[in-house]
Design a binder for this molecule. Structure first.
Ligand code: HEM
Length: 156
């Protein structure tokens, strides 16, 4: 199956990534987790994305899923469903800086009536060789845009 031509800039993301993460937010206790991200080519002009995480004792933590689109050169969109009652429309840029691929995305968030309120999110994915680093910040539960997560993964 040939990758859609528009997806060539993100071909290096394809596969499974796993590693350690750490989280914090002003309203909660700090925590650590194992992070896993899988990008899959489904033969269409987008990649399927799924993230899963586990606590240090192996219990499931957060998961999210969606689609990565590269609608035009230099532009990225991540369309996400969150199990806590949000959807995220994350839009931004994809750029190659030396040997590093960087995606920077800011999301509009829609919240269900019962969800903890998330007003906006900011994500950065940095791919260098077999290392993928992710950072995530959010404006949520009355807090301004503040760091929540960082994970450092390797290709598995
Ligand atoms: C690796 C991914 C993630 C992990 C491991 C994680 C973990 C946690 C933990 C342990 C808490 C505190 C306890 C709890 O309320 O469950 C928390 C709170 C929260 N997280 Fe995350 N989270 C992740 C991703 C996200 C994402 C993507 C969003 C938003 C789209 C998000 C939004 C929130 C919110 C709104 C709270 C509640 C804060 C509060 O009640 O004051 N989290 N998260």
């Amino acid at each position: 199956m040939e990758l859609a031509p528009g997806l060539v800039p993100v071909a290096a993301l394809l596969g499974t990534w796993r590693g350690d993460g750490a989280g914090s937010y002003p309203t909660i206790e700090d925590f650590s987790y194992t992070d896993e991200v899988v990008f899959t080519d489904v033969g269409k002009p987008f990649l399927h994305y799924v993230q899963r995480s586990w606590s240090p004792d192996g219990a499931p933590m957060h998961t999210e899923t969606g689609y990565l689109r590269i609608p035009e050169v230099g532009t990225a969109e991540l369309i996400l469903a969150q199990p806590m009652g949000q959807t995220e429309l994350a839009e931004g840029t994809i750029a190659a800086e030396a040997d590093t691929l960087v995606l920077e995305l800011e999301a509009q968030v829609a919240n269900s009536a019962t969800a903890k309120h998330v007003a906006a999110t900011r994500r950065r994915y940095e791919l260098s060789g077999d290392s993928l680093t992710t950072t995530f910040a959010m404006a949520a539960v009355g807090q301004p845009m503040t760091h929540h997560l960082r994970s450092d993964m390797r290709r598995v």
